[in-house]
Design a binder for this molecule. Structure first.
Ligand code: PHE
Length: 344
């Protein structure tokens, strides 16, 4: 009786084990271990069987040898393939697919909270007949000051602590220059709203930032009076904050309006227990009748036309609306803050 049959059987069992081990090897190291275990010259399990060939009848030895060689080359092929597959997987970013991972969601942006407030304000004033106007952020002294009845040595020009650019331009310190640009281009009746960024040399703290948004309003026509200004702003306040909102005008001064006023609102808020309460007066804007000198500088006949103008800070209105404690949050671009105002 020979052991030929049983050695071939053993080799074939080893082949099956080795192929399974190759498939299961999850790294190059694991694969190298499989190679050593089965194909290693000294300790390898196939070499171990071949060492026993000497026990066989001489004429039976070639068959076992041939079978061993077939298995070695098959195994080497499987090892090469597996190694290539592992290398490819580690090269691609995703690595091996893990189908149990949650899917990645697409990135969805949202409007900045100040942009949301601007859009809401523009929408309300659109209902009152105002359209949107724009002007440049880099302005000349003429539009930012002089055409607005503010000589360069006037304290108001200084007070705004302007940021000057090379070449005689400056970063506009308010949106009022858009008034002049609109009046130069258009005949009355004019009703425009100009939102935009303005810049001042200012501190950077909870209530001041060197750049912030403003929203300018301008109406020019025959026969416009302070009553139109009061009625327009009172109507705006009721539409924005609710019908119980009260508006107060306090005398003030701006070089480009006469008379001028600071406008305050008192809102009605609902308490947690359902009862209602009036807030304190809150200053929300500057306003007034367009100074005749400004109409004239912009080429509009002050004998025929009058107008009113107002300017407010949508950022401050947003603080109130969303309970935001610090103006700097608008400029930090912290996604955790901004995401709370995403549209969905
Ligand atoms: N431009 C003024 C400011 O920046 C606001 C204002 C606008 C006042 C229009 C009156 C009329 O403070």
């Amino acid at each position: 009786m020979t052991q030929n049959g049983s050695l071939v059987d053993e080799l074939q069992r080893l082949e099956a084990q080795a192929l399974t081990a190759v498939e299961e090897a999850a790294s190059a190291d694991a694969l190298e271990e499989v190679r050593i275990t089965f194909l290693g010259r000294k300790e390898g399990r196939i070499s171990g069987i071949l060492r026993r060939v000497g026990e066989l009848e001489p004429e039976e030895r070639p068959r076992v040898g041939a079978e061993a060689n077939r298995i070695k080359s098959r195994l080497q092929e499987a090892l090469d393939q597996r190694q290539a597959a592992l290398e490819q997987a580690s090269r691609s970013d995703s690595g091996e697919l893990d189908l149990t991972l949650p899917g990645r969601r697409g990135w969805q942006g949202g409007r900045h909270p100040v942009t949301r407030v601007v859009d809401e304000l523009v929408e309300i004033f659109r209902g009152l007949g105002f359209t949107r106007a724009r002007g440049p952020e880099a302005e000349t002294e003429w539009y930012n000051f002089e055409a607005l009845n503010t000589p360069l040595d006037h304290p108001a020009a200084d007070e705004q602590d302007t940021l000057y650019l090379k070449g005689g331009h400056l970063l506009r310190s308010h949106t009022s220059p858009v008034q002049v640009r609109v009046m130069e281009k258009h005949e009355p009746p004019i009703r425009v709203l100009a939102p935009g960024m303005v810049y001042r040399r200012d501190s950077y703290d909870a209530t001041h930032t060197p750049g912030f948004a403003q929203l300018e309003g301008l109406a020019v026509d025959e026969g416009i009076t302070f009553v139109d200004l009061k009625a327009t702003l009172a109507e705006f306040a009721r539409r924005y904050w609710g019908p119980g909102t009260r508006v107060r005008f306090r005398p003030s001064f701006f070089p480009f309006t006469e008379p001028s006023a600071e406008v305050d609102v008192k809102r009605v808020v609902r308490r947690a227990d359902g009862t209602e309460e009036e807030t304190d007066w809150l200053e929300i804007m500057g306003a007034g009748m367009v100074d005749p000198a400004v109409l004239e500088a912009a080429g509009i006949d002050p004998e025929r036309y009058t107008g009113f103008a107002f300017g407010m800070g949508p950022g401050r209105i947003g603080l109130l609306k969303y309970g935001i404690p610090d103006l700097r949050l608008y400029l930090d671009n912290d996604i955790r803050f901004l995401q709370q105002f995403s549209d969905r």
